[in-house]
Design a protein around this ligand. Structure first.
Ligand code: B12
Length: 293
């Protein structure tokens, strides 16, 4: 479904007759005609018209704004083809790629970020997550903590990474039907979920069927799900530091709820390198540890 001229006039902020005049004189957009004769504009047409309006508002005459816009678009599409080719052929190393992706995300440039992601499509999921998306997130975190970028930029970058990683999990069908179930959940109060999403992708690739509970699952509710589902594995993620007493109470309740054969793993940077409570049947995996099959 496209847009009628009245909606386009509202969205762009110019009268209907001006749109018709621009179309006649400069042919910047060529809306299709519906059976009933109405013009139908695409989202792309609306975007181009808005850019044109912005250039006019910035002081350019209409003819000048049209040619500026066309020049920019030509330069951009040449750059796009070039970039995609360079990503696909490995002409950029991982550091350069990570940096380009991060900079694109920090300037809210979804088009460039998506192009980089498209160029990565031949690389294995785990490789993309560990060598591109996580390094991007870590630097975004450092720059946010240093006050160099704001929360809008951090949210945009992490939402984009989440989207790409969730698409991987979905493309894997959350793992094979009938595979052993791995239930993935965040520690209570823990809103970070991308490390856990990386774990879920890894497990789905190993043949587990993922039950994705996501961030911040209260202990009682998790215990209930574990009792009900009797999964082969429970993976908990914790990034924020917790006290030993919190870990102790949580892990005990979880272990009691889980059937004897269920593997229970609590991982993430919130798990201390040393000093996590020793509870039989609970595996603690800190940042330096790895989840093996
Ligand atoms: C995105 C982000 C957010 C988003 C999360 C969105 C989402 N949907 O996940 C939002 C905006 C919610 C957020 C909030 C906060 N954040 Co934040 N955030 C980040 C950022 C940029 C990325 C997080 C991430 O996904 N990391 C995943 C990967 C990249 O990192 P990783 O932890 O190394 O992951 C590995 C392991 O942890 C492991 N792992 C994780 N889970 C599990 C589970 C198992 C079973 C296993 C085996 C392994 C495992 O797998 C990964 C691969 O090795 C980080 C930066 C960073 N370095 O992580 C800050 C960061 C984690 N946040 C931080 C902070 C301070 C906060 C806030 C307190 C800010 C505030 N004042 O509100 C809140 C806390 C919210 C809460 N209650 O949890 C700090 C944490 C410092 C600390 N140790 O306490 C960081 C490190 C930023 C920084 N450099 O200071 N954040």
């Amino acid at each position: 479904m496209g847009y009628r001229i009245k909606s386009v006039a509202d969205l762009v902020g110019v009268p209907r007759n001006t749109l018709l005049a621009w179309e006649r004189r400069y042919g910047l957009v060529t809306p299709e005609r519906q059976d009933n004769g109405y013009r139908e504009y695409s989202a792309n047409d609306v975007a181009r018209l808005r850019k044109l309006k912005a250039l006019i508002d910035a002081g350019h005459r209409v003819g000048e704004a049209v040619s500026l816009l066309s020049e920019r678009e030509d330069a951009r599409s040449a750059q796009q083809v070039d970039d995609l080719h360079r990503v696909q052929t490995g002409a950029f190393g991982d550091d350069a790629l990570t940096q380009r992706l991060r900079e694109a995300l920090l300037r809210f440039d979804r088009d460039s970020a998506d192009r980089i992601a498209a160029g990565l499509e031949t690389r294995p999921y785990r490789d993309r997550v560990e060598h591109i998306y996580f390094p991007v997130l870590r630097v975004v975190g450092e720059r946010w903590a240093a006050g160099e970028i704001n929360v809008s930029q951090e949210h945009f970058a992490s939402a984009w990474c989440r989207e790409k990683m969730m698409a991987m999990l979905m493309a894997l069908g959350h793992g094979p039907q009938g595979g052993p179930v791995a239930l993935c959940a965040g520690f209570p109060g823990e809103r970070h979920e991308l490390g856990l999403l990386g774990v879920a992708i890894q497990l789905a690739l190993q043949g587990y069927r993922i039950s994705w509970l996501g961030a911040d699952v209260p202990t009682d509710d998790l215990a209930q799900a574990v009792r009900q589902e009797a999964p082969a594995m429970v993976c908990i993620s914790v990034l924020q530091p917790r006290t030993r007493a919190e870990f102790q109470a949580y892990a005990q309740q979880l272990r009691e709820a889980a059937p004897t054969g269920t593997r229970v793993v609590i991982g993430g940077v919130g798990v201390p390198e040393k000093g996590a409570p020793a509870i039989e049947g609970i595996e603690w995996i800190s940042q330096s540890g790895r989840l093996d099959s």
